[in-house]
Design a protein around this ligand. Structure first.
Ligand SMILES: [Zn+2]
Length: 291
């Protein structure tokens, strides 16, 4: 029996009068075999199902496992990887692991999917095209939305979430503000979604350490890591944490500083640094009356 020393190269074997092409492919941390049969000249047709190929030097994978489509234990916590057919066997088209994207509801609201972004992305910012009308408040501010290219977030969805939060009647419009989204160059401020690495650069000399967001001059920089996974203190309410991020950082642009938790069990001021802990307060994404 030939030993398969180089798993990335095809090996042609002859078994029981049939030529068998075995190609071992490394997929993530497991090894799988792609097995094809090729009838010999003048030979019989390839069998419809199981093919016997001894792979005694690859003990973690058996042909039976491969032919029945029973994969190694699925790892639901892992990010999705590109689908790669493990075995091509005529007549067994069933996908091994069906997708499970059941929506999560927290505090009565369907949550956006939790997405862990890469530590660094392209480093290039792109303006999200489009405009959105402001709310009715008298103090109009224009803003532009930019997103770092190659982050796993949709620019228009991000812009829509930012705009909805900024003009929500529970938010800064209670102080008379109205926010108009523009995509030209002359906005009053810019809301940016950036990877942790780019956040650190854009926020310097403020220290965000790849973890938090900031406001720097007329730029509001939202860290894609926090946007993607939130914080534990929000108990899975990622939608509310995203509202907190927008209101807190834009609140700095409106001149607000950092208050403390006023007392155990009280709602946290939106301008409190909730990302570092709630200090006995309860999570709150909207400005309190005295903010
Ligand atoms: Zn702050």
């Amino acid at each position: 029996m030939a030993r398969l020393e180089r798993p990335d190269e095809p090996v042609v074997l002859t078994l029981r009068g049939r030529r068998v092409l075995a190609l071992l492919v490394a997929v993530s941390t497991t090894t799988a075999a792609i097995v094809l049969t090729v009838p010999t000249l003048g030979g019989t047709k390839a069998p419809e199902s199981t093919i016997e190929v001894p792979v005694t030097d690859q003990p973690e994978l058996t042909t039976t496992e491969a032919a029945t489509g029973a994969p190694a234990e699925p790892q639901p916590a892992d990010p999705p990887t590109a689908a790669l057919p493990l075995v091509i066997v005529p007549g067994t088209a069933e996908p091994a692991v069906p997708p499970t994207n059941a929506p999560v509801v927290v505090n009565g609201r369907e949550q956006p999917p939790r997405v862990e972004p890469p530590t660094a992305a392209s480093g290039r910012l792109a303006v999200v095209p489009g405009t959105d009308a402001p709310g009715p408040g008298p103090d109009l501010l224009t803003y532009r939305v930019e997103i770092e290219a190659e982050l796993p977030f949709d620019g228009p969805e991000f812009a829509a979430a930012v705009h909805a939060t900024l003009n929500d009647p529970r938010g800064w419009p209670t102080r008379g503000y109205a926010f108009q989204r523009v995509d030209g160059g002359d906005a009053d401020f810019v809301v940016i979604m950036a990877s942790p690495a780019l956040t650190d650069r854009l926020c310097a000399p403020l220290l965000t350490r790849g973890q938090v967001s900031c406001r720097n001059g007329s730029s509001v920089i939202l860290n894609a890591l926090r946007w993607g996974v939130g914080i534990e203190d929000y108990g899975g309410d990622l939608a509310a944490y995203r509202e907190y991020m927008v209101n807190h950082e834009v609140g700095h642009r409106l001149g607000r500083g950092h208050p403390n938790c006023p007392g155990a069990g009280a709602p946290a001021p939106v301008m409190m640094q909730q990302t570092y802990g709630l200090d006995g307060c309860t999570a709150n994404a909207w400005p309190l009356e005295d903010e």
